[in-house]
Ligand binder design. Structure first.
Ligand SMILES: [Zn+2]
Length: 166
């Protein structure tokens, strides 16, 4: 089983294909990086949204997504994109990896982060899915943004994306 990150409106771009195990690593390093960088609720929301792709809650092979599902808002798109791209760079800089509790296969993770970066860089606001702000494609937006005391990452509505991997 596997998870796929796609940009369905741009079939010319290659998506991100990952085994379930690699998906957990991908989500973890992105959440660690985004949580460390986040300074505004908008940015904390992206960190928590990445955390919501949690296979321990939603099932193995169930957390793939289309780029348009991310919590973009038309009026903040470029700032949102900048934050996500900086989070990808920080993840490639191993931000918070000491809290992972294991040594990931670096080349596999970096390859997927780079492919994800390309999709985000190409994203067009017109391709954002319209849905209510509280209704995420997996679960709901947390009522408040709270850090896990163990991992210092923002929690999704049902807990910490990293605690379940321990
Ligand atoms: Zn945790």
């Amino acid at each position: 089983m596997a998870n796929h990150i796609s940009y369905d409106c741009r079939p010319d771009l290659v998506g991100v294909q990952m085994s379930n195990g690699l998906t957990s690593v991908f989500v973890s390093v992105l959440v660690l990086a985004a949580s460390a960088l986040a300074q505004t609720d908008r940015q904390r929301e992206f960190a928590a949204w990445f955390a919501s792709r949690d296979q321990n809650v939603f099932g193995l092979g169930m957390v793939g997504f289309d780029i348009g599902e991310m919590p973009w808002r038309a009026d903040t798109l470029e700032a949102d994109r900048d934050f996500v791209l900086r989070s990808v760079e920080a993840a490639k800089g191993r931000s918070g990896w000491d809290r992972l509790g294991y040594e990931p296969r670096e080349d596999w993770v970096f390859e997927r982060l780079e492919a994800f970066r390309s999709l985000v860089a190409a994203f067009d606001a017109r391709d954002a899915e319209t849905r209510s702000e509280s209704d995420w494609s997996l679960g709901v937006r947390p009522a408040a943004f709270t850090l896990c005391a163990v991992h210092a990452v923002y929690l999704h509505a049902y807990g910490c994306a990293l605690c379940g991997d321990a």
